[in-house]
Write a protein that binds this ligand. Structure first.
Ligand SMILES: [Zn+2]
Length: 326
């Protein structure tokens, strides 16, 4: 099973965090909150190296277009540390982009074309913010898609069509931002309606809605659940997540789980004076799962599940999935 990283396609990725941010150098969040500015290669190397000493081998770098995503910094980090970095194309919540953004104006099939080019030809070093495109050698390995709190958000309906088409044509998975864990079923309904298989969808931030029945119902449909809240105690204690993992495992759904930390602030990085830092998941959270008899589930979530979730699948041609072609 092949995974697309910023240094090329690889056949094995090892212990993988499914939702991280290593570089976020501009855009709306950074303008409004300096704590979001992640622009130091040395700091990222320090963060990553500390977790690599505990076994971390790969991260999915979820910084989207328009947020100062940096293919060149991701490549430099990967070259310096040996960490596999899977980058994304695609957008964050539509409210983060202006009314004049192309997401509201370009035809859906041309948005799909832009996304596919980032996956197959290389990511734009400028993040598709202007008419000039400078392709990096680094190619995106997944597509980000984000919904609002209990609502898709303006323009996201047409974006769903573009993201689905691009995912089918390129074979990469779709990784979502589910605001406060909401909109899981609605997003699955929309993507499945466009011909995407449920197991090509990773629902992110979904543990921010720590409701076992809800999470079981999503995993039952075949989607992956990225639990990216461990360690960020301000959103709730880790014990809650341990209980949820147990509830999913009891239903035979442990193979749908992925873990990450989503440490998208300077104040989360020990190298910049904050915490908990990337080692926390392996050093503190996994032992909690082991103590609860969930060690095998944790191991699978970080390795086999992640490898399957982020592996490329055979490309689907338009004629294969467009109902109108029948
Ligand atoms: Zn994130």
């Amino acid at each position: 099973m092949t995974v697309r990283t910023v240094l090329g396609d690889v056949e094995s990725i090892g212990v993988t965090y499914a939702h991280e941010h290593l570089f976020m150098t501009g855009g709306w969040p950074v303008r409004n909150e300096p704590d979001y500015r992640l622009d130091s290669l040395d700091a990222a190397v320090a963060e990553v190296s500390a977790a690599q000493r505990l076994g971390l081998s790969a991260v999915v770098e979820m910084t989207p277009l328009g947020f100062g995503r940096s293919p060149s910094l991701m490549r430099a980090l990967s070259e310096r540390t040996g960490l596999h970095v899977i980058a994304v194309t695609g957008l964050h919540k539509s409210g983060y982009y202006g009314d004049d953004h192309w997401l509201h104006h370009y035809p859906v099939d041309e948005i799909a074309e832009l996304l596919v080019s980032e996956i197959e030809s290389g990511m734009d070093e400028y993040g598709l913010v202007g008419p000039l495109v400078r392709r990096s050698q680094a190619r995106a390995g997944a597509i980000k898609l984000a919904t609002g709190y209990h609502a898709f958000g303006r323009g996201v309906g047409r974006l769903v069509g573009a993201v689905a088409a691009a995912a089918l044509r390129s074979g990469v998975p779709i990784v979502t931002h589910c605001d406060k864990g909401t909109m899981g079923h609605e997003l699955l309904d929309a993507l499945l309606g466009e011909g995407v298989a449920a197991d090509r969808v990773v629902l992110g931030h979904i543990d921010h809605n720590p409701d076992a029945g809800y999470l079981i119902s999503l995993a039952d449909r075949g989607a992956y659940l990225a639990f990216d809240r461990p360690g960020r105690i301000k959103y709730g204690p880790d014990s809650e997540i341990v209980t949820l993992v147990g509830a999913l495992a009891d239903r035979g759904l442990g193979h749908r789980l992925l873990f990450g930390m989503d440490l998208a602030r300077r104040s989360y990085w020990p190298s910049l004076g904050g915490g908990p830092g990337l080692p926390y998941l392996l050093e503190r959270f996994v032992p909690r799962l082991q103590a609860a008899g969930l060690g095998d589930v944790a191991e699978a979530a970080l390795t086999a599940n992640a490898h399957t979730a982020f592996a490329l699948r055979p490309k689907t041609t338009l004629a294969d999935h467009r109902p109108s072609a029948d």
